[in-house]
Design a protein around this ligand. Structure first.
Ligand SMILES: Nc1ncnc2c1ncn2[C@@H]1O[C@H](COP(=O)(O)OP(=O)(O)OP(=O)(O)O)[C@@H](O)[C@H]1O
Length: 261
């Protein structure tokens, strides 16, 4: 893993909201093909970090590079085109569209067909449309809901809606897939299935960044973990290293480091 290329480099990232420093000199890399966990107690800065990576917020100082390119002042759709896709803590699907259409909307962000070609349904558009239906079905198959492609997204169970969100994010062909608390509201059996899905996604060639509160899931599925507390990185390492790290235990238990060790 150590000799793999870093797809994302966060370098001394600092982000302030007025007087509050939500990210404080945070640095870490995500290597191609790994599953990296970003964890920390509530308010630690995880979502802020995601938002800085996806162009929602601009850093106050420091930089984030993706595939070698600095992301500063880059528009969100440009970042998506570069290859970062994300899901959200709160599910954001088009409920009145079918499952398949939801995935195709994701793929459309990357369509090479012009508006005129699409409007007049020219041959290139029809060919591309057939290809994108095929690709969308492959993604639905990967996340395990292909059989339901014709149903309205609103008819899916909560767990399947989360799976659909993942398929939709993958439809942009991202080099990096960011999952923001994908197990929120899941029962243990659903969490188990989600772990299997995240591994499968990685085995299909994706790099995954995972924000998640469920420790069993994070420990069970990630290759490496970065821990934030009050906007600072307090630890980084393999799940085994993080599990035994006194600073991490203290952060989660809300006690002094000496008491936790
Ligand atoms: N838009 C904003 N304006 C002002 N403060 C913000 C904003 N977004 C986040 N914060 C603050 O920044 C800090 C980090 O928040 P963030 O949401 O990144 O934490 P988190 O680790 O994702 O927490 P959680 O696990 O609860 O989602 C918090 O103190 C939060 O209140």
């Amino acid at each position: 893993m150590a000799d793999r290329k870093a797809i994302l480099e966060v370098q001394n990232a600092t982000l302030k909201f007025g007087g509050l420093t939500a990210l404080n000199e945070v640095s870490f890399d995500i290597k191609e093909g790994e599953i990296l966990g970003l964890i920390g107690p509530n308010g630690a800065g995880k979502t802020t970090c995601f938002n800085a990576m996806t162009g929602v917020y601009q850093l106050t100082s420091g930089q984030i590079r993706f595939d070698g390119q600095p992301l500063a002042r880059m528009k969100r759709n440009k970042i998506t085109k570069l290859g970062i896709a994300r899901t959200f803590q709160n599910i954001r699907l088009f409920k009145a569209m079918t499952v398949l259409e939801n995935v195709m909307v994701g793929a459309d962000a990357h369509s090479k067909v012009s508006f005129v070609e699409a409007l007049f349904r020219l041959p290139r558009h029809r060919r591309t449309e057939a290809e994108s239906i095929e690709r969308a079905k492959e993604l639905l198959d990967l996340v395990g809901i292909k059989a339901r492609h014709d149903e309205l997204a609103s008819n899916l169970s909560y767990g399947d809606q989360r799976r659909l969100e993942i398929a939709r994010a993958m439809a942009t062909n991202p080099k990096l897939l960011c999952l923001d608390e994908p197990a929120a509201g899941f029962n243990p059996a659903e969490k188990q299935r989600l772990m299997e899905l995240i591994r499968k996604v990685r085995d299909n060639g994706y790099t995954v960044l995972l924000i998640e509160h469920d420790m069993r899931l994070v420990m069970g599925v990630t290759d490496r973990i970065v821990v934030l507390e009050f906007g600072r990185k307090i630890a980084e390492g393999t799940p085994e290293e993080i599990r035994d790290n006194p600073a991490v235990i203290a952060a989660y238990l809300g006690v002094d480091e000496e008491d936790a060790s």
